[in-house]
Design a protein around this ligand. Structure first.
Ligand SMILES: Cc1ncc(COP(=O)(O)O)c(C=O)c1O
Length: 420
């Protein structure tokens, strides 16, 4: 494949909206679930701050003070965007993986983590030994029932130990199927059993409002690069007590309130600083906050409706192709965000992805999507449901969002049709 790199068109200031996304003419990006394109709001915020770019929390100069202010304002904006409570911490991280690893390191001693086998590796692998992985349920109600039973079992005993820390860790929306998980119901079950709940909102937050307070969840993790802010920041938001009691995620400058001459004479800071040692990713934080601010000011119901219409077009189109089989965990009508995974019968998925790129300028993802247990299970289920014996061992994924159009979806469907 020969790639000719041409600069994206620069819309006039008057025409550009904060939620317009940048891109390259002729290239059809249907891989938002991996990394979404850059929103104008993020690009503008970074461009505006760049002349001022200087140290954060480390200087008295005007540039440095402005950068420190921008960083702390970004923290506030991102916290507000996800409904952080007044006493929650908003800790900037590199991405969702980093945020969940931070939470895993902040678990109190003896904590048990309960999760489902349908999670992305970022929400399967950081948890300590002894964690409970529940089977992938058949439907959202099954997830609620299974969690209730598992937590009941954990708390059973002659003297149920309510103080034993338990954390439920679930995804808001699957990166494989886009299906939404019943987060509010799972949170209610967790509460009933004195457990905390963390939501991996990497895929949900770009598509729908997510509010810690409304959902009554304890922790939430997101990635800026999936939220139209490609500057390497993510965030862990949630309850302060475990975070303030935990060893610092990174030890170093900025995470301490006192360091003495003796080797271990150190007092660690409390608050987000405890886990953010080293010079922070100012531009990442500011870019993420800019998108959060733009989304907060947008008509999210309208954005949601537009995305759902495109998703329906995509899924209906896939269903109409006899040689293409969609992957799904729940029923076909379960609520989902703009993601669809599928296989082309008789075709290797990596080859199909390469063909789409080389001959149609379409970018999709192929593989098992860093959710190997789930993807393998769904491939087996798809083979059973379709009755086809020629399905490949990996899948393809198309994902959409801001800036996606009917033409993009139709181009993919037309290309897939030629592979029958
Ligand atoms: C549901 C989900 N969780 C976590 C992650 C990890 O995100 P990141 O690579 O930004 O850390 C992803 C990435 O695809 C994801 O889809």
């Amino acid at each position: 494949m020969t790639l000719t790199l041409v600069p994206p068109p620069v819309p006039s200031r008057a025409a550009a909206g904060p939620l317009d996304v940048l891109g390259v003419p002729g290239q059809i990006n249907l891989d938002y679930a991996a990394t979404a394109p850059c929103a104008r709001a993020a690009a503008d915020a970074v461009a505006e701050l760049l002349p001022w770019y200087a140290s954060v929390h480390r200087g008295a100069g005007a540039l440095s003070r402005r950068c420190t202010l921008a960083y702390e304002r970004a923290r506030q904006t991102v916290g507000d965007f996800v409904g952080a409570r007044a006493d929650d911490h908003v800790v900037f991280t590199r991405n969702t993986t980093d945020a969940l690893n931070l939470l895993a390191r902040a678990l109190p001693p003896g904590a048990t983590v309960v999760t489902f086998g349908g999670e992305h590796h970022a929400n399967l692998l950081p948890w300590p030994r002894g964690s409970v992985r529940l089977p992938v349920p058949e439907d959202p109600a099954g997830a609620v029932r299974a969690l209730d039973a598992a937590l009941g079992e954990l708390r059973r005993g002659t003297t149920p130990d309510r103080d034993l820390p338990v954390l439920v860790a679930v995804t808001g929306a699957s990166n494989v199927t886009g299906e939404r998980w019943p987060v509010a119901e799972l949170a209610r079950v967790a509460r009933r059993h004195w457990a905390r709940i963390a939501v991996d909102a990497a895929q949900l937050a770009p598509h729908a409002p997510v509010d810690l307070h409304v959902l009554d969840v304890d922790y939430l993790a997101v990635s800026g690069h999936k939220l139209y802010a490609p500057f390497g920041a993510g965030v862990l938001v949630g309850r302060a007590d475990w975070l303030d009691a935990a060893p610092p995620y990174l030890a170093g400058g900025g995470a301490t309130s006192h360091v003495g001459a003796a080797t271990h004479d150190v007092r660690w800071a409390t608050g987000p600083a405890r886990h953010e040692a080293g010079t922070p990713n100012l531009l990442g934080a500011v870019a993420l906050a800019a998108v959060c601010g733009a989304l907060s000011g947008a008509d999210r119901a309208a954005l949601h409706d537009a995305e759902q219409a495109l998703l329906a077009r995509l899924r209906d189109g896939i269903a109409a192709l006899p040689h293409v089989v969609e992957l799904r965990t729940f029923g076909p009508d379960a609520p989902r965000v703009g993601i669809a995974s599928f296989v082309v019968a008789g075709r290797d998925s990596a080859e199909v992805a390469a063909h789409l790129a080389a001959h149609h300028d379409i970018g999709v993802r192929d593989g098992l999507f860093c959710a190997h247990p789930l993807a393998r299970r769904l491939l087996t289920e798809a083979a059973g449901r379709s009755g086809r014996r020629d399905l490949p061992p990996t899948a393809l994924r198309a994902s959409i969002g801001l800036g996606s159009t009917e033409e993009h979806v139709d181009a993919l469907l037309a290309a897939l049709a030629t592979l029958g």
